[in-house]
Design a protein around this ligand. Sequence first.
Ligand SMILES: [Zn+2]
Length: 274
Amino acid sequence: MLFDTGPESTFDNIVTALRKIGTSANDIKHVFLSHIHFDHAGAAWRFAALGATIYVHPRGAPHLIDPAKLITSASRIFGDDMQRLWGQIAPVPEERVRILEDKDVIQVATFEIRAIATPGHASHHHVYHWDDSLFGGDIAGVRLGDGPPIPPFVPPELHIESWRESIAKIRELNPTNLYLPHFGLVKGSVTAHLDALDERVTRWSEWFHEKISAGVREPDLVPAFAKVEHDDLTGNGATEELAQDYETADPSHMAVPAAIRYWRKYHPEELVES
Ligand SMILES: [Zn+2]
């Protein structure tokens, strides 16, 4: 089984990595998707073509089967970079898609894989829990090298209260091993990771609240937030080079439209925009 596939553009990297552990893409029978953003699910159709079952949240399934809307909305953000970033986009045949509701369990060999609905980054997001391990998807943060965990704020479904409730759900499960799609097994305390992530979700969101209320517009928010994030990273263990890697993995500019949309949609009464 595989948790998230990455984009289709890096399918060959997965094949190479599978070969290193003595297996092949043909052997993957179960693909558990945290959510359907292309950097997580873009290669799902390749595994489906080899016979794998693709597990996904009910709200994600229609977009796997017909990615047209997803392509339109992603094209607005990524423009001419679509092909380079994501590779080939194709539908997953409906008969290969299996919907998982919150708390559904799939038995694979001796493993009981439980899906847990965890909105906040996306409304259709699951984490997966088995034994004392958890695959955290994007809700559990992005963490590179010795840097701190950061929350990937992206449009259009960012929801701060849900994000914090989802972190609380993960905390309750108290996993020993937390696996991040960006990237790998969390070293050190999972509790400390979640605390630092939760604090950053709140602080960054509040920063946007203040700036938007003060009438700062999107073009000015982009460089201002890039600096906030950069200084937060380098002030918490990241070198300049690592801060750049974070920017590549999770571009700070995406947080700006995400936060503006969140504050205007869910808390318009709190915004006194000039
Ligand atoms: Zn995502």
